[in-house]
Ligand binder design. Sequence first.
Ligand code: TXE
Length: 485
Amino acid sequence: MAYPTQPTASHYINGAYVEDQTGDEIPVIYPATGDRIGLVHAGTPAIVDQAIAAAKAAQPAWAALSPRERGRILTRAAQIMRERNYDLSVLETHDTGKPLQETLVADATSGADALEYFGGLAGTLTGEHIPLGEDWAYTIREALGVCVGIGAWNYPTQIACWKGAPALACGNTMVFKPSETTPLCALKVAEILTEAGAPPGVFNVVQGMGQTGAQLVTDPRVAKVSLTGSAATGKKVYAAAAAEMKHVTMELGGKSPMIVFEDADIENAIGGAILGNFYSSGQICSNGTRVFVHRAIKEHFLTRLAERLATARIGDPMDEKTSFGPMVSQAQMNIVLRYIDIAKTEGARLVAGGQRIDRDGFYIEPTVFADVTDDMTIAREEIFGPVMSVLDFEDEDEVIARANATEYGLSAGVFTRDLSRGHRVIGGLQAGSCFINSYNDAPVEAPFGGVKASGVGRENARAAIEHYSQLKSVYVRMGDVEAPF
Ligand code: TXE
């Protein structure tokens, strides 16, 4: 790898890089060229054991630190991440293929936001005093213990920080397994936390496929599992965690609706639809992939959308002018191409794109289908690629019912100039993270997560604290104990 931030081994355990070449090889492929740019090894059972043992040993002393001291370490890590944003963004681009134009503003920076936010919050995490007449009770907010984080491949730095920062702020330690598709970035997060002063064992990284993830989830020393991934994997991981009554956070997939009413600012609505379908080449769980457009404005919407798509700069992700890059992997590209074929067969009208791009790497054109109906495969299944479905509607109640007719419930967006309609429609939508006249904003200050098959629990904001800590409640009797005998 010819860039400065190159990690030096596969795993990061107990404050240092660790290699074990007996683990299965996981090649690191640069999605923009298809070239192999690195190699890591999957964690063997011995490596998994070593990482969990390190996290377990480090946890009591980490929890016993003053919360402000833990917070200071996280804040320092945030500062280091910001100082190294360029190099970390280059690494993120090599790991994922996302254009540097995006990674410079959305990855290490949002990871730093989480470290900074939860670093600041650490000193404020208290229990409460509960007056009960003469007696009283109080609560103590305690860490859970060793937490496992399992990441997807679309936001490897951000996911490591969104899970690591609240976990560590609460006094937990973490073993994080990145997706096998993007193994590099989480190692840098671990390295930076050490540099910022996190004691050895507080944040560890183990590589591996699903099997390694499963081994982490079922280890009896682990108290909590937080997964970002597909709903199918989520169901497996949730079930495995439930067998031992472990805490979980599940950030899973979606098939989210974006509704554009006839009174919407059309250019803003198109901007939202572009962000919610083509940013990161469409590989975002909260994307608004079912775009319901009022029949009265549909053709105008489609014409302007196609005009704006034609200005996308598709190409080398390392060129900061590039605004649209490749899919993360050949496998993901093939999944998306299959969905495009299915859409054509099922009768959707192709308005833009629809082809693999003839160049090295895993590029697919930004693709829009119109006249999509609710029963079509592309309107029901998560594609996780640059494929937008435009569906028509006429009536508010009708569109709410259709928007909710999915197993998922991650996000939803509404574009309208009518304020009360905006709030009323959002009120009727079954989704955890919603937007009015915007799409896909995910500031660390606002809770993020889904309902229905899109997940359990919330990341970010104060809400995340509830999922990385537990309350001990203590009753204090001030007088004598009155026993019946
Ligand atoms: O995700 P997986 P993959 C969707 C998207 C994509 C599909 C497959 O539609 O096409 O999922 O992608 C780990 N126990 N999303 O295969 O399989 C795995 O190693 C413990 C949506 O990458 O869900 C990886 O680290 N861990 C999504 C992580 O789980 C297991 C983002 C996610 O893998 C495991 C990514 C097991 N049994 C893909 N099996 C989103 N919505 O954000 C797998 N893993």
